[in-house]
Unconditional design. Structure first.
Length: 433
């Protein structure tokens, strides 16, 4: 369902859509093809090419059967052998919403590319909710790839159909993900005129991995008005973690409980995550204004486990030592600015307190890092420096590091029973140094 809440790009699209539908019955079949291409392009905010229009029906219910539909965009490529779409024109003319009655797609491929960040204001305005009252996807190939992830899903069948005399629809999907069968079962609430929060109850099974999502939501696109309880369970989470781009974590069960809540459009999303991942205990509490981009976000966290190396694998930082640890802290991220006011790391070889500010990510220029260590054994850092021999003598350390366009400004003081050292200067002051 598409809802227009203020004048903007969607309002203009809907106006053009209205004119297109009202005049389409008077056009020749060839001209209808051109209009249909524009209608679908307006709905999806993507340029669509249609090879052939098999059939068009106009009236209270507008429908079109399309063949050889193709779209190539910066963030996705889509092609389908056959598409059927049915829209309730009468209901739409009486409101500001497009009611999509049916959407049927067969023998199709969708490849999602590595999506770069887009202008958030434009993205928010073009974002829409398009929920068919009935849909069927048959023999659909879905794939995604970026520098960390690469997966392929073959959807044999995925259908959603409303129950008789009810606003609840049944959902049934089956297929293969990376060569392993999956099944999705459950039900969801169809959009209604009152815009009430709709129920959701689905379960996903993929090999020994299971996911459940229960609760209510207004929009599956941005989770506005959502109150969801989510569980993830697997005895062998390796395949699932590799889907997320995490490749080095040891084998071990995953058991996660998550909660997402939003009171309505414009309100922050509050989230809570608690559980374990391959022996690592994880807890995160926070809030964000945009659940899709997580920008901006504020959160506090706890991660503990038998190996800091494997915790680093969660963030693709694999040069940390295999040492038991407890890490607690908080962070905030807005636009390109990352702020970590507190990160406390407890180890058998001492404790570290870290604060950091990065004003222009992914550019590291301007990064400010402060480290305070208590009874810390420097040989803990051996995986990071590799070629240096580091002492195992406990020492206290105060260090400040600032990255500039001329290099790294460093101030460091160390104190131990046998050594006191204070040093400051700039490393790599000019290229090649």
């Amino acid at each position: 369902m598409i809802t227009t809440k203020r004048p903007g790009r969607w309002t203009k699209r809907l106006g053009l859509f209205t004119v297109s539908v009202l005049v389409i019955s008077s056009l020749t079949f060839t001209n209808r093809a051109y209009v249909i291409e524009n209608i679908v392009s307006l709905l999806l905010d993507r340029e669509i090419i249609i090879g052939d229009i098999v059939d068009i029906e106009t009236g209270n219910l507008f429908s079109a059967t399309l063949r050889d539909v193709y779209m190539d965009h910066s963030d996705a490529r889509f092609q389908a052998e056959a598409v059927f779409i049915e829209i309730n024109i009468k209901q739409w003319l009486a409101s500001d919403e497009i009611n999509l009655n049916q959407l049927l797609i067969s023998n199709a491929e969708l490849h999602i590319k590595d999506i770069e960040e887009q202008d958030q204001e434009e993205d928010a305005e073009t974002r829409s909710d398009l929920i068919p009252k009935e849909f069927a996807f048959l023999n659909i190939k879905l794939s995604y790839s970026d520098e960390d992830q690469d997966w392929l899903a073959q959807v044999a069948s995925c259908t959603g159909k409303g129950q008789s005399n009810s606003s609840i629809a049944d959902l049934t999907c089956s297929g293969e993900l990376n060569g392993t069968p999956f099944n999705i079962r459950g039900n969801y609430g169809l959009p209604d005129i009152e815009q009430t929060t709709e129920p959701l109850d689905i379960s996903v099974d993929w090999d020994d991995f299971s996911l459940t999502a229960k609760g209510k939501l207004n929009s599956p696109v941005d989770l506005a008005g959502a109150r969801l309880e989510i569980t993830l369970n697997s005895a062998h989470p390796g395949p699932f973690l590799r889907l997320l781009g995490i490749h080095e974590l040891r084998e071990g069960a995953i058991d996660i409980n998550a909660r997402i809540e939003n009171k309505g459009a414009g309100e922050p999303y509050e989230f809570h995550i608690d559980g374990s991942v391959a022996g690592l205990k994880v807890r995160v509490d926070g809030n964000t204004q945009d659940i899709q981009t997580l920008d901006p976000i504020e959160a506090n966290f706890l991660v503990s486990g038998p190996s800091l190396y494997e915790a680093g694998a969660l963030f693709n930082e694999l040069r940390l030592t295999a040492e038991p640890f407890v890490a607690t802290g908080e962070f905030s991220y807005r636009g390109t600015h990352l702020d970590i006011p507190a990160l406390n790391l407890q180890l058998d070889r001492g404790t570290l307190e870290i604060t950091a500010t990065a004003p222009a990510l992914p550019d590291t220029e301007g990064l400010q890092l402060a480290i305070k260590a208590n009874q810390f054994k420097p040989n803990f850092l051996k995986p990071l420096v590799e070629i240096c021999e580091l002492t195992a003598e406990p020492m206290d350390i105060d260090a400040e590091i600032t990255l500039t366009d001329n290099g790294q400004r460093v101030l460091i003081e160390t104190h131990s029973s046998s050594l006191q050292l204070k040093a400051q200067g700039t490393i790599n002051e000019s290229p090649g140094d």
